[in-house]
Design a binder for this molecule. Structure first.
Ligand code: CO
Ligand code: CO
Length: 324
């Protein structure tokens, strides 16, 4: 390790930052070890404080996992209304703490301000072996795309907020199980099977994040709509025109870059653009490693992961969505 007197800020040590739209920043300490830094917080998306805390923590940790890092320490970031009962505040913080423990990470402090609308999340610091970061930039022709969690959390949580009568408890429970699940196993799998390019699926939806990866990798992708894992109930709800505002914005943003099969309806397109909270990892895997990696995910409980498409040479559109 470098002596402190030798450590100066030096742009050459910034191995990853916002320029490639990647999930975390990486700063090189020395030839062996680098720091991974990330921050994420948002307003409640479920009614239960503890579950909200769990989701916020899993979501913040995910950006460390998405670049292949190991989370080490966390700081809470919170805003609470003055009249929010202390029991609720405690349960939010306890929910966050429980996920951080599951990730073998410690909360070492934080900061809270007063605000009308509650907000909660974390800044997380992790470690990674220098040079081993997994980014948006390394997807290669012939790679297979694997998605580790189903999409549709934006639609389900919008129904919870605005159309509770249309939302089955089972749909909500499935979405919560998915959002509270850490992406640690997916990250371990990427380390074991030398995945170079991946991202987690969050606010820009599957299409938005895949588009960004294709731009940065200078490649294109073909995905099959009916292979994309979708949360139970999401399709039914979107057919009733329930979806968050972010979906329309996401779709508007990618529409000029995506070639949709003529068989695809507006509902299909909305699902693929649905903004996710604590979504899965989308990874670009060498074809020769797909079976082993998939077996590893199954053996460790990620039985819902799916092969959704592949990487091709660069074409006019960054993404082609087929129905077969
Ligand atoms: Co991310
Ligand atoms: Co993020």
């Amino acid at each position: 390790m470098s002596k402190l007197s030798h450590v100066n800020h030096n742009d050459e040590n910034i191995l990853l930052d916002h320029k490639t739209g990647d999930d975390a920043a990486i700063y090189k300490i020395d030839e062996r070890l680098s720091l991974v830094l990330t921050l994420d917080f948002f307003a409640p998306i479920v009614d239960d404080g503890f579950i909200y805390g769990e989701i916020a923590a899993a979501n913040a940790l995910s950006d460390i996992y998405a670049v292949g890092g190991k989370p080490i320490i966390a700081l809470n970031i919170a805003a609470f209304p003055r009249d929010l009962p202390t029991e609720i505040i405690s349960s939010i913080l306890e929910g966050g703490m429980s996920k951080v423990k599951e990730a073998n990470t410690a909360i070492v402090g934080g900061h809270t301000i007063e605000d009308k609308e509650p907000k909660y999340g974390m800044a997380i610091t992790g470690f990674i072996n220098t040079g081993e970061q997994i980014t948006n930039t390394q997807a290669m022709t012939g790679d297979i795309l694997i998605l580790t969690k189903p999409i549709g959390t934006g639609i389900i949580t919008t129904a919870l907020r605005n159309n509770k009568d249309l939302l089955d408890q089972e749909y909500l429970d499935n979405a919560i199980d998915s959002m509270t699940q850490l992406n640690n196993i997916a990250s371990k799998a990427m380390n074991l099977f030398q995945v170079k390019s991946a991202t987690d699926i969050t606010g820009f939806g599957l299409l938005g994040h895949l588009h960004k990866m294709m731009i940065e990798s200078k490649q294109s992708a073909i995905i099959s709509e009916n292979k994309v894992p979708i949360l139970k109930g999401a399709k039914e709800l979107v057919e009733k025109n329930i979806c968050p505002g972010g979906t329309t914005r996401n779709l508007e943003y990618v529409k000029d870059y995506v070639e949709f099969s003529k068989d695809l309806t507006m509902e299909h397109k909305k699902l693929l653009a649905d903004p996710q909270t604590s979504g899965g990892i989308l990874m670009s895997v060498k074809e020769s490693k797909v079976n082993q990696l998939s077996n590893y995910l199954n053996d460790n409980g990620l039985t819902g992961h799916k092969v959704i498409g592949e990487i091709t040479d660069k074409k006019d559109s960054t993404i082609k969505v087929s129905t077969i």
